[in-house]
Design a protein around this ligand. Sequence first.
Ligand code: ADP
Ligand code: MG
Length: 296
Amino acid sequence: MSDTMTTGTPLVRLTDCEKRYGTIIALTGVSLEVHPGEVTCVLGDNGAGKSTLIKIISGMHQADAGTYEVAGEPVRFTSPREALEHGIATVYQDLAVVPLMPVWRNFFLGSEVRKGAGPLSRLDIRFMRDTTRTELRNMGIDLRDVDQPIGTLSGGERQCVAIARAVYFGAKVLILDEPTAALGVKQAGVVLRYIMRARARGLGVVFITHNPHHAYPVGDRFLLLNRGRPLGAYTKDEITRERLTTLMAGGEELEQLSHELEGAAAADADLGRVAEELEQDVAELSGRTAPPEQGA
Ligand SMILES: Nc1ncnc2c1ncn2[C@@H]1O[C@H](COP(=O)(O)OP(=O)(O)O)[C@@H](O)[C@H]1O
Ligand SMILES: [Mg+2]
């Protein structure tokens, strides 16, 4: 693969993507860029299409329309393995770990290192243990003991081990699906710090979250999604933390309210009018002029 650092070509570029599940349009008109040494944040509420977007990038799904390029080359992945071979690694929220196995064992899970040849080969435990310790330390993770079962680590620590693992195995793009969602403030801070480490090591990071306060400090680019459509795409110098928060809260609260009112509207004509106006506001926030043809 060519060195994208010097050319400015994005590691990942999606253009005008669309994805349908049957008649449901999960994504439409969505574009995104991931650059080396940058964090691209994807923000949106439940149902916004965030997971669908990363499933396309990670090779689990294919877009129905639009283009996907990796380092400037058009690709059409048919499996996550293919994406991984192109350096695109995904850390899912429900990490695939074996809780009772040591940290080092999980670090090398599926890629165990052996020594010796043929039927007499055996696991190179010393190498895997030492490498795990070193790699974790390089990411600034100070574990007392890499022999402890991974199940004894906190959720945040486990996310960090998964990030260090992806870095070690040569990921160029790291996709994190809501890594801070289930965590308290302190643990979330720990994960955010490792996102910055991965960024400092030149990886392109895709950080999925619904929390603008997690996204803003670490993000270089922000893509906001609402019901499968782009609500806006900004580089950091184009948007303030306040604006990002307002956009997220605005879409969320107005939409919630309009859904509630729609429910009540059947019984009350006045409420119906208010609900319509709110829908209009949500549409304007989304940069749309017509009411959404989807959902409800
Ligand atoms: N496998 C599926 N089959 C049908 N509809 C789906 C499927 N996956 C997601 N959707 C729908 O697509 C839309 C986007 O979902 P998703 O990408 O999971 O959003 P998010 O991750 O932002 O919550 C939602 O309306 C959701 O119900
Ligand atoms: Mg999701």
